[in-house]
Design a protein around this ligand. Structure first.
Ligand SMILES: C[S@@+](CC[C@H](N)C(=O)[O-])C[C@H]1O[C@@H](n2cnc3c(N)ncnc32)[C@H](O)[C@@H]1O
Length: 315
C-alpha cells in the first residue's frame, strides 16, 4: 500500500523512503527537512511513528505554503483543487495556461497544486526569471479530485499539530537544528548548469553545502544526505568530500526520478550519506542495496492506521 502523496514532484523520494528510513534511529524527537519538496520523508516517518515533531522547509515559497495548506487546512485545499480541476473540461489546455499565468502573477499555492498535478511528467520547470514555465500533459487531466482529497487528508492526519512549515534558505534552518534532531537533506541535483537548475527554484554551491555539513559535524548533529549518483555509466554530481567522514550507502533505484529526468531506461544508483554520529548510532557501514531489495521494501510499505482516520475525516 502506498503512503499519501498529493504533490507530484519529479525528484520526490517517496519510492526510496522505506530504505532511507532504515538508517534513521528507531525513535527521535524531531525530523528536520531543509529541502522538503513534497515532504516525502516526513510523511513516511510520521506513518511509522518515528517521531512527533517535524520541521518542513523549502525555499520555494508557494510549495511551502501548499504543504502548510495540505497539513493544516485540508478541506479548503481539497475543495479548491476540485473547483479548479472541474473548470478544465471545456478546453483543458487553454485552462492550464490560464492557471499558469495567474499563478505566475499571484504565487497562489492553491493554483500550484493544480499545475503540479497537471504538468508534463510531473516535472516543474522555471525560467531564468523564476516563472513556472512547464507545459501541460496533453494526454492526462491530472489526479481525480476524490483521489486528491484522500491524499490530502492522508497527509493532514499524519502531520497536523506536529509540524512547523517555513520557507527559508537551508543554512538558516541548519543553524537552528539541535542535537536531538535528525536532519534529512535532499538538495537540488547538481545540474550541468552551474548554480542554477531550471527544475527547482535555486541551485546550490557545492563548497557552501560541504562547509554547512562540516559545521553540523562539529555540532554533533545527526544527518543524512541524498546527493550524487549514477545512471548506467554516467555520473551525476560530485561525491561529498572525504574530510566529512560520512558513511556512503548506495541505493539501486531502477528507473528513478533521475533516470526519468535524463530520459533513459538505465538503472540509477543514488547515494545516501550518513553523518558520523548517525552512522555510529544506527550501526551502519558502507553498503550497496540491490534493486530487488529496494523494490521489495516499497511493496511492503504499509499504510498504518491512518487510512481509517482519513475516511473518518473526509466523511
Ligand atoms: C530534490 S528536491 C527535494 C525533494 C524531496 N526530498 C521530496 O521527496 O519531494 C530539492 C528541493 O530543495 C529546494 N531548495 C533549493 N534550494 C534551496 C535552498 N537554498 N534552501 C532550501 N531549499 C532549497 C527546492 O525548491 C526543491 O524543492
Amino acid at each position: 500500500m502506498k503512503l499519501p502523496h498529493p504533490i507530484q514532484y519529479q525528484g520526490s523520494k517517496r519510492n526510496l523512503a522505506s530504505i532511507i528510513l532504515r538508517y534513521f534511529p528507531v525513535k527521535f524527537s524531531r525530523l528536520v527537512e531543509p529541502f522538503a519538496g513534497t515532504a516525502a520523508i516526513s510523511i513516511a516517518c510520521a506513518a511509522r511513528g518515528k517521531c512527533n515533531a517535524y520541521w518542513i522547509n523549502d525555499l520555494n515559497n508557494p510549495l511551502a505554503e501548499l504543504l502548510g495548506l495540505i497539513i493544516n487546512r485540508p478541506a479548503e485545499i481539497a475543495d479548491c483543487y476540485e473547483t479548479i480541476w472541474n473548470q478544465q473540461h471545456d478546453d483543458p489546455i487553454e485552462h492550464y495556461y490560464r492557471v499558469r499565468e495567474d499563478f505566475n502573477l499571484t504565487r497562489d499555492p492553491r493554483l500550484f497544486l493544480y499545475l503540479l498535478a497537471r504538468c508534463a511528467k510531473g516535472s516543474v520547470r522555471y525560467n531564468a526569471e523564476g516563472l513556472f514555465n512547464q507545459s501541460p500533459d496533453k494526454r492526462r487531466h491530472g489526479t481525480q479530485p476524490e483521489t486528491m482529497r484522500e491524499n490530502i487528508f492522508g497527509v493532514s492526519v499524519l502531520l497536523k499539530g506536529k509540524s512547523v512549515i517555513s520557507s527559508l534558505d537551508y543554512k538558516d534552518v541548519l543553524s537552528n537544528a539541535n542535537e536531538d534532531d535528525v536532519v534529512y537533506m535532499d538538495p537540488p541535483y547538481q545540474g550541468v548548469c552551474g548554480d542554477r537548475d531550471s527544475r527547482y527554484f535555486s541551485g546550490l554551491s557545492y563548497e557552501e553545502f560541504a562547509a554547512a555539513l562540516s559545521d553540523l559535524n562539529i555540532r554533533q548533529i545527526r544527518y543524512a544526505v541524498s546527493y550524487d549518483g549514477r545512471t548506467g555509466n554516467k555520473k551525476f554530481g560530485n561525491r561529498l568530500p572525504e574530510s566529512l567522514s560520512l558513511t556512503l550507502i548506495e541505493l539501486e533505484a531502477g528507473r528513478s526520478s533521475q533516470a526519468t529526468l535524463l530520459g533513459r531506461d538505465a538503472i540509477t544508483v543514488e547515494s545516501l550519506y550518513l553523518s558520523p554520529r548517525l552512522a555510529i548510532e544506527v550501526k551502519a557501514s558502507p553498503y550497496f542495496h540491490r534493486r530487488r531489495e529496494t523494490e521489495q521494501l516499497v511493496l511492503m510499505e504499509s499504510k498504518g492506521d491512518y487510512a481509517a482516520k482519513v475516511s473518518k475525516r473526509i466523511s
